[in-house]
Design a protein around this ligand. Structure first.
Ligand code: SAM
Length: 252
């Protein structure tokens, strides 16, 4: 059975959207993953198909009703049993590659996309939703965040990416480093030359240069990742550390 994404949204036409193109689109057509977008409004029980109401306690905006969302969640989880139910919200834990890897390794994911001011807290708790944020900013709805999260998961599914090694070596891969910079032809462009070592054909030197660049980028751009990387490297047994770093200890 393929990896399955079930989306609860007020805008089902947004899916698969960009995920129907390129790498994810080809994988979708090949049956490596499947997607179904359910319209939350179809679970409303009144004549006007109401999905939201004013917030208790007052304040601006509207809140999505727990009773309607619960019916939608019931339908979604029965279609996607075993898949975690993720509510995308700026209040959630920040999406990162570790969570993406976990989701990609499972049977799929059910995703609730909020709108308005968000979702009644009781249904989040009753359905034991995993609250996930796309980042420290506020979107107008959960749909763009869902597309982003799904894209990150889909490229990790078996057979989706070409080179098996690329997911390990890229940014936020197994090592926890940002990736080294890339260059292609022409070897000189607008007076800017490609680093000499990349033209040398010396694989070990290239690997050494890339490692140093990855470490420098991580140290200067993401001190938080750098600290974690150093802690991990320091915590590993000496022999393993020497092997993994290929004789090039992390710069202090
Ligand atoms: N009132 C909410 C708050 O301050 O946390 C923001 C509501 S936002 C306008 C509407 C919906 O967009 C949210 O319910 C959520 O589903 C989605 N959303 C907004 N920002 C998001 C983010 N950074 N990550 C994931 N989902 C987000």
């Amino acid at each position: 059975m393929s990896w399955r994404a079930t989306i609860l949204t007020l805008f089902p036409d947004m899916f698969p959207g960009p995920l129907g193109l390129s790498l994810a689109g080809r994988a979708l057509r090949e049956g490596r993953w499947a997607i179904e977008a359910l319209d939350i409004r179809s679970f409303a029980t009144d004549r006007h198909r109401t999905v939201d109401d004013t917030p208790f306690g007052g304040g601006a905006g509207m809140v999505m009703r727990p009773d309607v969302l619960d019916l939608a969640c019931e339908a979604a989880t029965s279609r996607n049993p075993g898949a975690p139910l993720v509510y995308l919200t700026p209040r959630g834990r920040r999406l990162d590659q570790a969570l993406v890897r976990d989701l990609a390794a499972g049977p799929g994911v059910t995703v609730l996309c909020g709108r308005y001011e968000g979702v009644d807290q009781r249904v989040i708790e009753a359905r034991q939703m995993v609250e996930v944020s796309a980042g420290d900013f506020v979107l107008s709805g959960g749909e763009p965040a869902a597309l982003l999260m799904l894209d990150a998961c889909i490229r990790l599914l078996p057979g989706v990416m070409g080179a098996a090694a690329s997911a390990e070596e890229e940014s936020h891969g197994a090592e926890g480093l940002l990736e080294y910079p890339h260059y292609t032809r022409p070897a000189e462009w607008q007076g800017r030359k490609v680093p000499e070592v990349l033209l040398s054909g010396h694989h070990a030197e290239v690997a050494r240069w890339r490692r140093a660049e990855a470490e420098a980028a991580t140290r200067t751009r993401r001190p938080d990742l750098w600290e974690r990387y150093q802690t991990r490297a320091g915590a590993e047994p000496k022999q393993a550390k020497a092997g993994r770093l290929d004789g090039h200890p992390a710069a202090a």
